[in-house]
Design a protein around this ligand. Structure first.
Ligand code: ZN
Ligand code: ZN
Length: 467
């Protein structure tokens, strides 16, 4: 039997858009401030989950709601279970939208709205694939557990609860990234450096405060520092030359405590620190030679020596490359300094298979000696890799190739998707190769044709994986 998946998928376009509009209209941002026992992650995520499960019940599928934080849609028969993992939460809309982010808007064959690409659109495409197979009367020789999370963007509480109360499938895919496939994800951890401050002693120029960073997975865009005492006579020329040479902006102002320096670099996702310009390590590098109080000088010079422009961890002594999974990356993302208080830096370290957190911690400690204590603030996720030879990866790449005419290949990323939750789990679609990545941005959209093609690809994939 040759099935024309693309033609079958096209028949569902109107229904799919109608259901997508329903889901996009729910602002399902995790909201812990308004959590209730009935909505542990806030009203939006719970409402979006219920709406998704209601669609499946309407279409005759058995569903299960796990405490309004996760859910499941079931299909097929057999002993083996294929997992499909999507999510109903979205990141906040943020500024800059040309349309209402919570109203599905179609313009020029593009579907605009928060969640159209990440992940309501792809989740619905995979759901319609399952519905298509059911409507065609195609028997699935394995069970399918379509699992829905409600806080993929923050914390993964929903799927953590799911793992505690339900049994996870051993293999499957998450339609929450890009084609052709993501079959490896680096380990993700947060490592804290706590400085062993030397007693504060009077000095000509003292560091009074240093702060930078908003989130532990973001290269900081802005950093500020306060310095007391008379600055070197040529400080203004030095600052101007530094700003010019490093493509950063630096401003300064007087306060009762001293001079406040603010440096603006470029923010970026911590999975590729080289995409940004770290405001904090730049500011520390600029100011370290001026500050002469022992504690302040130690803080700034250690940042300048070991954390500045060292995204692969060579200066820290933690550099490591795996031939398949690539390089370890490190991003210094949160900074806090007070003379008689906290003196710390938090690093987001992403590492491939072949090294581990205990090794990384020991290597860093050996490098830093007695100046700072290295501790694991959040062990996060260990590296995850499903071999390119695994039948799951081979099947999905073959499906991709058959539908697009493009050659599939394995791909490892520094980010984290639900794919890593399953022992043999990968991410598969729905962003097509070469498309502009608009996830988490203003004016997020999904090309309509890509969404319908994704339905066809997912239907064929579920079909082949349940033979
Ligand atoms: Zn997502
Ligand atoms: Zn996302």
């Amino acid at each position: 039997m040759t099935t024309n998946w693309q033609a079958l998928a096209a028949d569902y376009q109107a229904d799919l858009l109608h259901d997508l509009a329903t889901l996009i209209a729910i602002p399902s941002v995790r909201d812990d401030d308004h959590a209730t026992p009935q909505a542990p992650l806030g009203e939006g995520p719970a409402a979006a989950l219920k709406a998704m499960l209601a669609l499946a019940e309407r279409d005759g599928f058995v569903t299960k709601n796990v405490e309004n934080v996760a859910g499941r849609i079931e299909a097929g028969n057999g002993t083996d279970v294929l997992g499909i993992l999507g999510h109903m939460d979205v990141v906040p809309a943020g500024p800059g939208w040309d349309t209402d982010p919570f109203q599905l808007t179609q313009t020029d064959q593009r579907l605009y709205g928060r969640g159209t690409a990440d992940d309501k659109g792809p989740t619905l495409a995979a759901y319609y694939a399952l519905k298509l197979l059911q409507d065609q009367g195609i028997t699935l020789n394995k069970r399918v557990h379509f699992i829905i999370g409600t806080d993929e963007e923050s914390g993964w509480y929903g799927l953590t609860r799911y793992q505690q109360t339900e049994t996870l499938p051993k293999f499957g895919f998450s339609p929450d990234a890009e084609f052709p496939i993501i079959n490896g994800e680096k380990g993700i951890s947060t490592i804290a450096l706590t400085f062993n401050a030397t007693a504060s002693t009077p000095a000509k120029r003292q560091l009074l405060a240093f702060t930078s960073g908003l989130r532990v997975n973001m290269v900081p865009q802005t950093a500020t520092a306060t310095i007391t005492g008379a600055l070197p006579t040529d400080w203004q020329q030095t600052v101007a030359a530094y700003a010019d040479a490093n493509h950063v902006t630096i401003s300064d102002s007087d306060s009762v405590d001293g001079r406040i320096f603010t440096l603006v670099g470029k923010g970026a996702h911590a999975l590729e620190p080289d995409a940004g310009r770290n405001a904090a390590t730049h500011l520390a590098t600029l100011l370290a030679p001026w500050v002469d109080d022992p504690a302040g000088h130690q803080y700034l010079s250690l940042i300048a020596t070991y954390l500045h422009e060292d995204s692969r961890g060579h200066h820290l002594g933690i550099a490591y490359t795996d031939p398949v999974m690539g390089e370890l990356t490190t991003s210094a993302d949160l900074f806090s300094y007070q003379p008689d208080g906290e003196q710390s830096v938090a690093l987001n370290v992403r590492y491939p298979q072949g090294t581990d957190l205990a090794t990384i911690q020991a290597q860093m400690q050996a490098t830093l000696g007695t100046t700072a204590t290295v501790s694991i603030q959040d062990a996060g996720h260990t590296p995850h890799y499903v071999s390119a030879k695994d039948p799951l990866v081979q099947t999905l790449l073959q499906v991709f190739q058959d539908h697009t005419g493009q050659v599939g290949h394995e791909h490892v990323i520094g980010g984290g998707t639900y794919g890593r939750i399953l022992k043999r789990g990968v991410a598969f679609g729905a962003m097509m190769p070469g498309r502009e990545n608009v996830m988490h941005q203003a004016n997020e959209y999904m090309p309509l044709a890509d969404l319908i093609q994704a339905v066809a690809i997912y239907a064929d994939a579920i079909y082949r994986l349940t033979r």
